[in-house]
Write a new protein. Structure first.
Length: 207
């Protein structure tokens, strides 16, 4: 009978613990299904601090500001802090975005953005766009220049090999017709190259 009461007590304790963790998860907006899927991403407080290159005190302060966790530490129950790294990173990203928005706010007393601030934001946006366009233009020029150099090098190699074909072909036929074969092959190769505009430009650049 005493054993049965002990079992009931343990079960009740587990239920209370589960309810506590469930409440914590609800407050942190981490659902049970998400918790299950994130098991491989779970880390301890120490591991999280090391992963983010921050000290434990910093992470503890974040908890006071809403840092999401999967399981809360409880010495009485032998529980340690447990965090989902993906949830933590998302929280830090949102926190950084909110901070940036506050710094760029500069709203008037009525909560609306002042005309001066609006002009400043437009000027900053225009400057950023101009800078991005300039950077893209530079990258485009660099890419085109690089491609042209590669094509020129490859084309010079191809042209050289084509020009050597008449001699290579003539060397594989009987001596009495070798000269005739060389002339015919040379004529065909030169005719084909002449039809290419890039070859004319290539010859002019060499001249």
């Amino acid at each position: 009978m005493a054993r049965k009461k002990s079992q009931v007590s343990v079960l009740n304790s587990c239920d209370e613990t589960a309810e506590l963790i469930s409440t914590d998860l609800t407050e942190r907006n981490i659902s049970a299904s998400r918790r299950s899927a994130a098991r491989e991403r779970l880390v301890s407080l120490k591991e999280l601090a090391s992963f983010l290159d921050r000290d434990r005190n910093t992470v503890m302060k974040w908890l006071d500001h809403g840092l999401p966790y999967v399981e809360k530490a409880d010495r009485d129950l032998g529980k340690a802090w447990s965090f989902d790294t993906a949830e933590v990173v998302r929280w830090l990203e949102k926190r950084a975005a909110d901070t940036a928005a506050e710094k760029l706010g500069a709203s008037g007393l009525d909560g609306k953005t002042s005309e001066e601030e609006a002009k400043r934001r437009r000027a900053v946006a225009a400057a950023i766009i101009t800078e991005l366009e300039a950077a893209e233009a530079v990258k485009t020029v660099v890419r085109v220049s690089h491609i042209v150099d590669r094509i020129s090098t490859d084309y010079a190699e191809i042209r050289s090999r084509l020009m050597s074909l008449p001699d290579a072909i003539a060397g594989r036929v009987e001596a009495k017709v070798a000269q005739k074969v060389r002339e015919i092959a040379d004529e065909q190769v030169r005719s084909a190259l002449k039809a290419l505009r890039v070859d004319r430009d290539f010859q002019q650049s060499e001249g």
